[in-house]
Structure formats: C-alpha cells, structure tokens
Design a protein. Sequence first.
Length: 229
Amino acid sequence: MLREMFKEQGLQNIELTHVGRMSEAEKHLAERAVDIIVLDLGLPDAQGLGAVRRAHLAAPHIPLVVLTSLDDESMAAQALQEGAQDYQIKGQIDARGLLRTLRYAIERKNMEEALFAEKERAQVTLNCIGDAVVCTDISGNLTFLNLVVEKMTGWSRQEAAGRPMAEVFRILDATSRQTTPNPMEMAVRQNRTVHLPANCILIHRDGFEIPIEDSVSPIHDREGSLAER
C-alpha cells in the first residue's frame, strides 16, 4: 500500500525497504543507513511501546513514525513520549497525508538533533568555565550547576536538581556568621544583576568554608520576560 501511495505521488526515486519482524529491522538498521522508519506497533516479535523502544535503540537518530489501529490511538500518543515523531492510523492513511507526516517527522527530528547538539555545546562550555555557574528557575530551585559548583558545594548536579538554591549554595557573612540576604530575590525584584556583599563565605556540604564573590543575573526569554536566573 505504501509503495502504491509513493507511485501515486510520482515519487519514483524513493527506496522503500519492508521487513516483517523487528529482528529483521534491527539487522537492516545495523547494516544500512535510512532516512526514516515507519513502524507497525503490532509486529510478531515486538508490540506496542516495546517495539518503539527497540526501534529507537537500534536507530536513535533516525525519525520514527508509528502505524497504529484505531483502537490503539492512545498507544500512539505514548509512542510520541517514547521518542516517535508522529503516527498514522491504519485505514485512515492517504498518500498526501502520509508524505506530509514523513516530511514533517524528518524536519522535526532534525530540529531536535540540532537543539540537542546546541544544548550539549552549551553544557560543555559551562563545565569548562573556571568560575562556578548555577541556574535556577523563577521559583529559585536549581536547574543546573557546573562542575566547579559540584566541587565547591559537595552536591552533584543530580542531587541538587530541583532543590532550593539556599539549601545547596549556603552563604554566610564571614564576620557576623549570619546568612546573607538572598541576592536572587533582589535580582528578580529589580530585574538587574545583583552582587553579594563583601566578606562572604560558602559552606561546603562537609562544613568546609570557602571565601567567594558572587553575582546573580536574570535571564529573559524572547519576549523579554524573566525566565530563569
């Protein structure tokens, strides 16, 4: 049926390879490069989300479109969460709609890969910076810390994620031993970069004290609204 649809649209230069089992698909994907995978969720040796996971594992960077029956549309929605780019319902497929789905799936996957590469590049850059770098959401909960912060605080990125900034980044006045005013609240309230007072120390997780200088800056989204800091 898919071959006939491609012929209807005058697409003679498309190479379509069909296999009937996931094991055959895994072997083919290991030996040949493909542009896109169309996956039936009811293969003899792989069904449902298990089929999606195996296909994604065999070719993690290849866009994936799943075929599902009408009563399994909820399964298709879960497949999208597992990494599929789109789905088509068997019995409701037309040539033009199928080609549009395949084209958009390839474009969407390319954008995802480009975004992931950009994120990786940014993270590598932040980890190479000699200064400590911390990001929080608008509520003040940690979303990122680089390797320098992990060393200075004793908290790993995984442990610190989602915790309040003040719990991980404990800052005291070295003379009074009082907790310093939260510079993040002031940075958000005044929408500007705020520096810590002089003579501040950071308390490592094991109690070790480190003299620090610090500044907090708001990060804005494309509309200019405060997104994180």
